[in-house]
Design a protein around this ligand. Structure first.
Ligand code: PMP
Length: 397
């Protein structure tokens, strides 16, 4: 055993306790694709654990596009984007992304995490200040750490607190950059972009958004937060991932040409890592095309979201401020959330138990990711399981 420091030894002990309790539902073995149901440890379950909201990872046209590109390019391109890793497919996808967000250019990253860390480490220096929502995704915090900038946070989605923060940092000499999630990954609520613009623009603060859970989901045609609020110029820089709406992997950043040029040469997660494989690039390109060609998936998704939210509310569950396919079922107790999630799995419903430090203490929850391809029968069965399990654990009456 290596000589770990005491805090890590403590953490390891806790992880060993969790593993031996039989309550953990983390990282179970899956033996199917990510459809509305999944084979989990040899058993078919209704899938509420993924972020593949539109179900595109299993779409026949997406799979075919990946197969064709794999036949031409192989399984990887063998280098970083500045070496041999920029194919015509990468450039075409970047063009589609730039057009989607009304930006001059875009860059394709190997993961969403790298897009966020790359964007922030490329645009901020040790003299600069990042203004972050206190529930921003970990990739944002890690990006700020990589940049070595100062970080100041404001209370989640609280415009008045943001106003105070912007005013109290007005004498800062360096660049000030605000970054928020468009849709919060554990709460499913939406960033107040109009207020953010009203506060940040006059103060000269750069506005960046992370479209991970909103691209393909929000807006009349699925173009995300800017379309949702009808604010085409509502962000200077837009980053996001292909792991949610496309159910694939990869990320992006879209902005003015100058910003993209800087990131291309300066963002270390872009420069020092291998390119997204062409087969995935082709699959994601087809997913973007499906957003236009098959809008019924988005309609179905929203029907399903409303059905699940209403069903849970009728039973007396608290789903926080969620208004999107990310639905937290608040339990507010670590042991209960683990036990309930295991009981749901025994009933054939596979969801995430989210505990500290993923969320603050007393905010423990079961997180659901609703899919467009869930049938009414599957959703009804899942809600019935929530009713039985919720009563058994005294969460609802
Ligand atoms: N931003 C947010 C808000 C996320 O939820 C995630 C992933 N859960 C990421 C960025 C990172 O994206 P990826 O998993 O595609 O690397």
């Amino acid at each position: 055993m290596i000589n770990l420091s005491p805090p890590l030894q403590q953490k390891l002990q806790m992880l060993e306790m969790l593993a031996s309790s039989g309550l953990s539902t983390y990282g179970l073995t899956v033996s199917s694709g990510c459809g509305p149901t999944m084979m989990v440890e040899g058993r078919e379950c209704i899938n509420f654990i993924s972020n593949s909201y539109l179900g595109f990872s299993m779409h026949p046209q997406v799979i075919e596009a990946a197969c064709q590109a794999a036949r031409k390019y192989g399984i990887g391109i063998g280098g970083s984007p500045l070496a041999c890793g920029t194919t015509e497919l990468h450039l075409r996808l970047a063009e589609i992304i730039a057009r989607t967000y009304g930006k001059q250019e875009a860059l394709v990253f190997a993961t969403g995490y790298q897009a966020l860390t790359g964007m922030l480490s490329g645009l901020l220096t040790g003299k600069d200040l990042a203004l972050v929502d206190n529930l921003d995704h970990r990739s944002i915090i890690d990006g700020c750490k990589l940049a070595g900038c100062r970080i100041r946070s404001f209370v989640h989605n609280n415009s008045e607190d943001l106003r105070r923060l912007v005013e109290s940092t007005s004498s800062h000499q360096g660049h000030r950059l605000l970054i928020v999630d468009s849709v919060y990954s554990m709460d499913g609520d939406i960033a107040p972009l109009p207020e953010i613009n009203d506060i940040c623009r006059p103060a000269g603060v750069t506005v960046c958004i992370d479209e991970a859970h909103s691209l393909g989901i929000l807006g009349r045609s699925g173009k995300g937060l800017l379309e949702h609020f009808d604010l085409p110029d509502g962000a200077d820089v837009v980053a996001g991932t292909f792991s949610k709406f496309a159910g694939a992997v990869g990320g992006f950043c879209a902005a003015d040409s100058q910003v993209i040029e800087l990131l291309r040469m300066q963002a270390s997660p872009f420069v020092f890592s291998a390119s997204l494989p062409p087969a995935i690039v082709a699959a994601v390109t087809t997913s973007f095309e499906l957003l236009e060609r098959e809008p019924h998936w988005r309609r179905q998704l929203w029907d399903n979201v409303h059905f699940v939210l209403e069903g849970l509310h009728e039973m007396g569950y608290d789903t926080g401020a969620s208004r999107t396919p990310v639905i937290p079922v608040m339990i507010r107790d670590t042991e209960k959330v683990l036990r309930m999630n295991r009981a749901l799995l025994d009933e054939g419903v596979y969801a995430s138990a989210v505990v500290h430090p993923g969320v603050p203490l007393r905010q423990e929850r079961i997180r659901l990711g609703v899919m467009a391809s869930h049938t009414r029968e599957q959703l009804t069965r899942a809600l019935e399981a929530f009713q039985r399990v919720g009563r058994r654990f005294d969460v609802i009456s």
